[in-house]
Ligand binder design. Structure first.
Ligand code: MRU
Length: 353
């Protein structure tokens, strides 16, 4: 079965074109970003969002930073570093941003003294590799996650961890896509995800485009839905998993996980290993982005709260590992514990060694 995923971004004529997710589902249009600074602004302003997609965009941002730092003498690496620090500061929570930048910058030693056209080519090829690997990783996550599913299952998801949040296929929605391919009558409950409405605007749209049955509900209906036995399983994405298995994801995920525990509903996190931060011991050390008040008081030109009201707007929360049934990675499903994370780490060192 073919899934029709719109391109989250594409590279053409030395620029990155980002699907402007702020306009979905009403308008499909692409914003041209012709510099690392413009790509950084696209990430900061939510033109592109979702941890893996942010990582891929940043990888192209590094490519552009290198290209724009070339002169007759070669690449001005000090200028590259300045541009990279702007990219790195775009958003703090999704570790894929730092992961992708670090992977791109690991090319520097190899190409430091090469002719500029070879350097730019190498950086572009690495960004393209990060993009295409992301799609195959998501398909592997999807196929592992589908082993947890069965006919007639009702799956709840939160925020958007779909094709739109990645280079394609999605992590949590990748699990749902693979389950829909393998089983009959799979259907999805999508929480609208206040305040930025990634569930209502993006997940509902993306699933409807693929003709996967989806029912939208407000975030405060999760308790009711679980109490009524409407939900068989939860699967969400993540922005960063700490070494002890704590999971940072969109604000409100912790509430969903708590409800799932109370109602004995399995709560899974779809997680490419690039989202595991082995160097952060526990969730309380994960930086939580605070976003602008106007994302809560209204949307675009609509305002529904009094202007100047004091606002609390953390963009993410941390779900403690004990509420997570398992991490669905491209290497298989592991417990969301220090041992589970350590197991992934040893697989990685085995692969690299
Ligand atoms: O603020 P956003 O829209 O970037 O937040 C996105 C999420 O929280 C996703 O669940 C997460 O990045 C995983 S995407 C595969």
């Amino acid at each position: 079965m073919l899934f029709r995923s719109v391109d989250t971004m594409y590279w053409a004529d030395d620029a990155l074109y980002l699907l402007d997710q702020r306009l979905l589902p009403n308008e499909v249009s692409y914003l041209k970003c012709g510099s690392a600074e413009e790509i950084s602004a696209g990430i900061q302003n939510m033109v592109v969002r979702g941890a893996p997609a942010i990582g891929v965009a940043a990888a192209y941002g590094v490519t552009r930073a290198v290209r724009d730092s070339c002169n007759e003498a070669g690449v001005n690496w000090d200028l590259v570093s300045k541009k990279i620090s702007i990219l790195r500061a775009s958003r703090p929570t999704a570790v894929n941003l730092m992961w992708a930048i670090d992977r791109m910058m690991s090319l520097v030693d190899q190409f430091r003294f090469s002719p500029t056209h070879l350097v730019v080519d190498a950086f572009l090829r690495e960004a393209q590799a990060i993009e295409s690997e992301d799609i195959s990783i998501n398909q592997r996550i999807g196929d592992h996650g589908a082993t947890l599913c069965r006919d007639d299952m009702h799956i709840l998801t939160y925020c958007n961890a779909g094709a739109l949040a990645t280079a394609g296929y999605g992590t949590a929605l990748g699990v749902i896509r693979s389950a829909f391919r393998d089983f009959k009558n799979i259907s999805v409950y999508a929480c609208e995800t206040r305040p930025y409405l990634q569930g209502a605007r993006l997940t509902a749209w993306e699933l409807m485009e693929d003709q996967i049955p989806v029912t939208l509900m407000a975030d405060n209906m999760v308790g009711y839905a679980m109490d009524q036995g409407l939900i068989d399983m939860v699967v969400v994405g993540t922005d960063r998993v700490a070494a002890n298995g704590d999971v940072a994801n969109k604000i409100g995920t912790y509430t969903v996980a708590t409800m799932a525990k109370r109602h004995n509903v399995p709560f899974y996190v779809a997680c490419p290993v690039s989202t595991i931060d082995f160097s952060t011991a526990s969730g309380d050390l994960i930086p939580i982005e605070q976003r602008a008040p106007d994302e809560l008081t209204g949307y675009q030109d609509k305002q529904w709260a009094p202007s100047r009201v004091r606002v609390l707007n953390p963009s993410f929360d941390v779900t403690p590992s004990e509420l997570v049934t398992g991490l669905i990675t491209e290497y298989g499903i592991v417990p969301s514990t220090s041992d589970g994370v350590q197991h992934i780490r040893s697989l990685l060192s085995g692969e690299l060694g």
